[in-house]
Design a protein around this ligand. Structure first.
Ligand code: ADP
Ligand code: ASP
Ligand code: MG
Length: 408
């Protein structure tokens, strides 16, 4: 008998028929003798609908009230799933975050889990009852409802698995595992049997939304066995493994992309010490995270300074950059949102030179202009025009033979 945390995402609970399918899967796992704790997301599209509703009242809604409302999406699905389980004769109880309690810090819309009380859940398991826990939400010290950021139900699942010392955390979704790239963009993408935490962390942080990055961080930190599987199709899925090396280490494991960034350039800034700090200081103070940064080599005593931020922060970042540009007597501020970041990820890159050159050559052959580049030990990212997203991903997938099996 194993204790399993099963998390079902938005599409998996997207209709009452699907919720009943999930109930059937949970009932079947229980029949096989396992103890199951379930985590569910809101029905697909629901969180977006609620966000839009809030923004129709105020484009920048009060963070506390926004979280209060967004948490209702999951409140609906936990109750529906508990009902569907009960109808199948499986005793079940639904819990919102505060009822568990899943305690978080106070950072609305990106709260971090600090502690999970497990007594109630363990008592349910012991009594043969299936706890159905709302993903994506928690409660802060003062009793306010918080949410964990988009895709946060993955993190709820992994955090619960860690707290309960579950045998496995199973993330059920609408794809049957982690692929070499998003199969919606490249149909030739291949499912990976296993991927290392390090690579999965990199893919998630570079935009692969199959797992929220914090869920991968959590799983790595607490050594939670983590598997991505399909709700709609049987199969082994993808295991996220702790091992650092495989025998046949591929150069590249996957391609990630991120459509959520915006690029800002402060042009004609004086080329002297302290400029980067002068520009990025106020951006940081406004709680805006900066991703890529490029400063050109100066000519005629001035230089251009370019960086990217999350698209949601674009307008605020431009406002701040304009103010700073004026103070610095820079030429001006340009910005673009029609961009995408495409990244190659692979632990095998460490030991091989020439991957970057090959990537740039492949893009050049397709006539794709690179606007920014950044590299680390196991990834190379480029910023390009968003209309080239599909073309670039498919060309790179082919050039690096990702459709071929890595284990020979
Ligand atoms: P859920 O609602 O179940 O949480 P998500 O939409 O958050 O599902 O995540 C699953 C989606 O992630 C897939 O439908 C797929 O389009 C996308 N995705 C992006 N990159 C990958 C990848 N490398 N492997 C598999 N799926 C990916
Ligand atoms: N419902 C939340 C979202 O859409 C959390 C999740 O699905 O993981 O982002
Ligand atoms: Mg998700």
């Amino acid at each position: 008998m194993a204790l399993l945390v099963q998390k079902y995402g938005g599409t998996s609970v997207g209709s009452v028929e699907r919720i009943d399918l999930v109930a059937a899967k949970v009932a079947a796992a229980r029949e096989r003798g396992h103890q199951i704790v379930v985590v569910v997301s809101a029905m697909s599209g629901e969180t977006d609908r609620l966000l839009k509703l809030a923004r129709s009242v105020d484009p920048r809604p009060q963070p506390r009230e926004l979280d209060q409302m967004l948490a209702t999406g999951e409140q609906v699905t936990i109750a529906l799933l508990a009902m569907a389980l009960a109808r199948r004769g499986v005793p079940a109880r639904s819990y919102q975050g505060w009822q568990v309690a899943i305690q978080t810090d106070q950072a609305y819309s990106k709260a971090r889990i600090r502690n999970i009380q497990t007594e109630r859940l363990l008592a349910d398991c012991k009594a043969g009852t299936v706890p159905v826990v709302a993903g994506f939400q928690g409660v802060d010290e003062a009793g306010n409802v918080t949410t964990l950021g988009r895709g946060g139900s993955d993190t709820t699942g992994v955090a619960l698995a860690a707290a309960l010392k579950a045998d496995e955390c199973q993330i059920y979704t609408d794809v049957d595992g982690v692929y070499t790239t998003d199969p919606r963009v490249e149909p030739k993408a291949r499912r990976l049997d296993r991927i290392t935490f390090e690579e999965m962390l990199e893919l998630a942080s570079l935009g692969s939304k199959v797992l929220q990055i914090r869920s991968v961080e959590f799983a790595g930190k607490y050594k939670v066995p983590l598997r991505v599987l399909s709700t709609f199709q049987e199969g082994p899925g993808t295991l996220i493994t702790l091992e650092e090396h495989s025998m046949e280490e591929p150069l590249i494991s996957g391609i990630a992309f991120n459509r959520d960034e915006a690029q800002l350039t402060v042009s004609g800034v004086p080329d002297r010490p302290g400029i980067a700090a002068a520009i990025l200081g106020p951006i940081g103070e406004a709680n805006i995270e900066v991703d890529m940064i490029v400063q050109n080599v100066g000519a005629d005593g001035t230089t251009d300074f370019t960086f990217t931020v999350h698209r949601n922060d674009h307008e605020r970042a431009v406002e701040i950059a304009r103010r700073v540009a004026q103070e610095l007597r820079a030429k001006g501020v340009r910005s673009a949102v029609d961009i995408v970041k495409v990244s190659l990820v692979g632990v095998g890159m460490r030991s091989h030179a020439g991957i970057a050159a090959k990537m740039f050559r492949v893009l050049a052959e397709e006539g794709i202009n690179i606007r920014m580049i950044s590299t680390s030990e196991i990834k190379i990212s480029v910023v390009i025009e968003d209309k080239y997203l599909e073309l670039s991903v498919r060309a790179l997938h082919k050039a690096f033979d990702l459709a071929e099996s890595r284990i020979v």
